[in-house]
Design a protein around this ligand. Structure first.
Ligand code: NDP
Length: 484
């Protein structure tokens, strides 16, 4: 055998065995799920079936729900704990196709109406866990419902990033926040800093400018990422100043509220203390994908991977769209467009496994019925006299008083959770709400500086003051612990 032949045989053996081992390893490591042609026997004994389950209620989720429900397929939207998504905390949008200028919450309210009009069912509940190892996929919600989803659209969005610097957690909700639209009115005459150089930072600065004395935008690099139109609008505000090569290295306060920040010159390393009363973070977002780890393929930052030209994930009958799967564009319009693709992908997929109107008719009695989800309206109190009466007459050992304003999106997202908890803990915990924009004497009495804000009273004594929003699960277990 000549030398060339010998080398060729060794190479064939080497790559052949290597290839087989590699493929075996990949096959072993890759999670597999094969969905058979639909057969009602897979759905036997399953109450709470959901043909299309949409997780989230931002533009991507609602667009997918629109296409699912409009195709006549029973579609359920689990709205999540931040109903409406990030547009609810956006002031005006100027790039929603075909509309010159519109408020973010208005877009989402219209979207809600449109989707409901086509029969999608909207539920004020959130995903707690999902088991992808069985089909239909077993889904547990924060309210404790168990649903069986035949297909799933993941539109869980993204969460604002934090800086992870000293003082940030300590003063979170005490001057440090990500929502100028909520807290700008509490900063009349203050000096505040906005961190970031993107459109979100420009938006925060525009929101703060009518209230604060000085708005300092700190940009860690020497350039802005924001769009020209947003930069132009900011330049017109005389009290907004943009500082380049400036980062925050520490947040300090008096134990109750922010009073100072330490600003670092990123070129020279020089640290300078600034007297500041508010810190607004606008440094991007992290995708909310923790509940899908290990099953749905994601990139190193956690963004879900979808197939080119489609929104399908690596798992059958599971699609993703919006900020959860978009590391590049992160625009509401793009999210809505991708949501449409995702909705269509699910309609086609369900059809491919044999789902049709006859199957839907047979399954109808086993569909999840959200009417079973109970809520209780919160009692309103508006004055010191109402408060005194409440303390005198309450039979429950615990009272929760929630301060909100009608223009604060996170307050409006928190209220349905409290209504749910009020129904769940009826007779044990009394829930009241106070409109902080009207009830000045109560705001003064309880020194409310940010909303949402909760006062917890146990046996007539204030035992806690909660300044941040809570998830449904955290709120429930917190109150259950307090009841012991
Ligand atoms: P971006 O990713 O566009 O900008 C984030 C900014 O934060 C950048 O300036 C970045 O700096 C900075 N940053 C990131 N991490 C840190 C850190 N640890 N410390 C200091 N600075 C940091 O995010 P946005 O949320 O602003 O925007 C996301 C998308 O949403 C964009 O596509 C935007 O156009 C869109 N959007 C549109 C709006 C509208 O049209 N009305 C409103 C808001 C958002 P660096 O550049 O150095 O990385």
């Amino acid at each position: 055998m000549n030398r060339v032949k010998k080398i060729s045989i060794i190479a064939i053996l080497f790559f052949g065995i290597g290839g087989c081992l590699g493929f075996g390893w990949y096959w072993h490591k890759t999670p597999k799920m094969v969905i058979p042609k639909i057969d009602l026997k897979y759905l036997e004994g399953k109450e709470n079936i959901v043909p299309i389950l949409v997780l989230g209620s931002g533009p991507a989720s609602l667009a997918a729900a629109l296409y699912g429900s409009r195709a006549g397929i029973r579609t359920l939207v689990l709205r999540g704990n931040k109903a409406g998504g990030q547009l609810m905390t956006t002031s005006y949008i100027e790039n929603w196709p075909a509309i010159k200028k519109i408020r973010g919450p208005e877009v989402m309210n219209d979207f809600d109406d449109q989707v409901s009009h086509f029969g999608a069912v909207m539920v004020g509940d959130a995903l707690s866990s999902i088991d992808f190892s069985q089909w239909p996929y077993k889904v547990t919600t924060e309210e404790g419902h168990v649903l069986y989803a035949m297909s799933v659209m993941v539109g869980t969005g993204a969460t604002p990033r934090k800086l992870n610097i000293p003082g940030e957690d300590e003063y979170w909700g005490h001057g440090v926040t990500t929502c100028a639209i909520c807290d700008a009115p509490y900063h009349k005459g203050d000096s505040v800093v906005v961190i970031g150089g993107g459109d979100s930072a420009m938006e925060e600065a525009l929101e703060l400018s009518p209230y604060a004395k000085h708005v300092h935008v700190l940009v860690r690099s020497s350039e802005l990422r924001a769009s020209v139109s947003m930069i132009e609008r900011v330049k017109q505000c005389i009290n907004v100043e943009i500082h380049f090569n400036a980062a925050l290295s520490e947040i300090k306060g008096d134990g109750g509220h922010v009073t100072q920040v330490i600003v670092k010159n990123t070129k020279t390393g020089e640290l300078t203390p600034w007297p500041i009363q508010g810190v607004f973070l606008a440094i991007g977002h992290t995708p909310n994908t923790a509940l899908f780890n290990g099953v749905l393929d994601a990139d190193k930052e956690g963004f879900l991977k979808v197939t080119p030209y489609h929104q399908t994930t690596n798992w059958p009958g599971v699609v993703a769209a919006g900020d959860v799967s978009d590391p590049y564009y992160r625009q509401a319009g793009v999210a809505a467009g991708d949501g449409i693709k995702a909705g269509l992908d699910l309609v086609w997929w369900l059809s491919s496994i044999g789902y049709n109107s006859t199957v839907q008719e047979k399954l109808e009695p086993f569909f999840f019925d959200p009417k079973a989800v109970q809520k209780k309206k919160l009692e309103e109190i508006n004055s010191n006299a109402d408060y005194r009466e409440l303390i005198k007459t309450a039979k429950e050992s615990i009272i929760v008083i929630d301060f909100f304003t009608p223009y604060c999106p996170s307050c409006l997202q928190m209220l349905p959770l409290l209504e749910w908890a009020a129904a769940k803990l009826n007779g044990q915990v009394r829930f009241c709400k106070v409109d902080a924009s009207l009830a000045y004497d109560l705001v003064k009495k309880f020194k409310v500086t940010d909303v949402p804000f909760m006062i917890i009273i146990k046996e007539g004594q204030i035992v806690d003051r909660i300044k941040e929003t809570m998830s449904r699960g955290d709120l429930y277990s917190y109150l259950k612990k307090l009841l012991v």
